[in-house]
Design a protein around this ligand. Structure first.
Ligand code: SP5
Ligand code: ZN
Length: 342
């Protein structure tokens, strides 16, 4: 399986994540994907290709224009306002304060477009974000042109990003871009399977009203886990999308027995949906030693999960999402790919 990977991911490395009232080194840091790259090479998966430039057309089609303009100019506006630090959201439009009007003031705009304030933006975040999207696009193009599967080693990740919000370390939704690309290439129905520990709220939001893209997510229950406000089992889609969203929220301490049961159920739902292509949001933060998560998967479980996903027999793009037990991220992510390849 070919990997698409851009060195430009390093352009996104904020100094700060707001965590427990402290500014800490972000959990989502460049070394995460360096470990994945090293593991790929160790296992002989050396077909690693730079994706080139992102195709902006599909990114514009998927995104709110004001949101994209914000991401492009946020740093300059932040500096022009005299702020010395990285961009962090402070005031957000919460209950009964949502009039849908983006402020002119940059501090207000940051809050308007943020869905969480742990994620900082730097001068070069946008460049790294586009390189991550480019990997998803190139991997999908590779599969469309006949490859069985491809791995987009995306960083920053994407599944929390909506058409008009960033947060949860995500800015542009790579998995959603991949799914739309499959649709544009002629696949009538596409499925996205999100195995990151966190609910893929952004992906769900993008496809919630659509019947052509099925979304399934296995994640920590919202009562207990970020993003806290979405990912309940009774969210099943709306309008044309009714029945095309499947959420599997699970409790602290969930191990592979229960988790793999949910995976099998998601897989059978995807089969029944009649998907012609699959996008996997490949987070490995369900791992037992992940520092910000609470599932108990072990490294061999990820290989088994890959095997089960391969049972769908679909052309597949894997998009890297989360996973923060730095050294194990490489082993676990590559285990999914090796299990898939059999
Ligand atoms: C892509 C992805 O995995 N994003 C995750 C974003 C998580 N953001 C903040 C999580 C707050 C977690 N608090 C955990 C306390 C652990 N003791
Ligand atoms: Zn995650």
């Amino acid at each position: 399986m070919r990997t698409y990977f851009s060195e430009r991911h390093r352009m996104h490395f904020p100094q700060a994540e707001l965590h427990g009232g402290e500014l800490v080194t972000p959990y989502e840091r460049p070394s995460r994907v360096e470990y994945v790259l090293a593991r790929l090479k160790e296992r002989g998966l050396t077909d690693i290709v730079d994706p080139g430039e992102a195709d902006m057309g599909p990114i514009r089609d998927m995104s709110d224009p004001g949101y994209l303009a914000f991401l492009e100019s946020a740093w300059d506006e932040w500096k022009a306002a005299g702020f010395a630090g990285e961009i962090i959201a402070t005031s957000t439009p919460v209950r009964r304060m949502q009039t849908g009007r983006p402020p002119r003031n940059i501090d207000g705009k940051v809050g308007y477009y943020a869905l969480a304030s742990e994620t900082a933006i730097t001068r070069t975040t946008w460049e790294a974000t586009l390189s991550s999207a480019a990997s998803a696009q190139a991997a999908t193009a590779h599969v469309i042109s006949g490859a069985w599967a491809a791995f987009a080693l995306c960083r920053p990740p994407g599944h929390h990003a909506t058409a008009d919000m960033y947060g949860g370390y995500c800015f542009i939704n790579n998995a959603a871009l991949a799914a739309e690309q499959f649709r544009a290439s002629g696949a009538g129905r596409v499925a996205i399977l999100d195995i990151d520990f966190h609910h893929g709220n952004g992906t769900q939001d993008i496809f919630y009203g659509r019947g052509d893209v099925f979304f399934a997510s296995l994640h920590g229950a919202p009562e207990d886990a970020f993003p806290y406000f979405l990912g309940f089992a009774d969210e099943t889609g709306e309008g044309d999308g009714e029945g095309s969203t499947a959420n599997y929220p699970m409790s602290p301490g969930t191990g592979y027995g229960e988790w793999s049961g949910a995976l099998d159920d998601a897989i059978s739902r995807i089969r029944a949906f009649g998907a012609e292509a699959l996008v996997v949001s490949l987070g490995v933060d369900a791992f037992k030693d992940d520092p910000i998560s609470f599932f108990k998967l072990d490294s061999p479980d990820f290989m088994d999960a890959g095997r089960r996903i391969a049972g769908l027999g679909l052309p597949t793009v894997f998009c890297m999402e989360g996973g923060y037990a730095i050294e194990a991220v490489g082993i676990n992510a590559v285990n999914v790919l090796e299990g898939f390849e059999g």
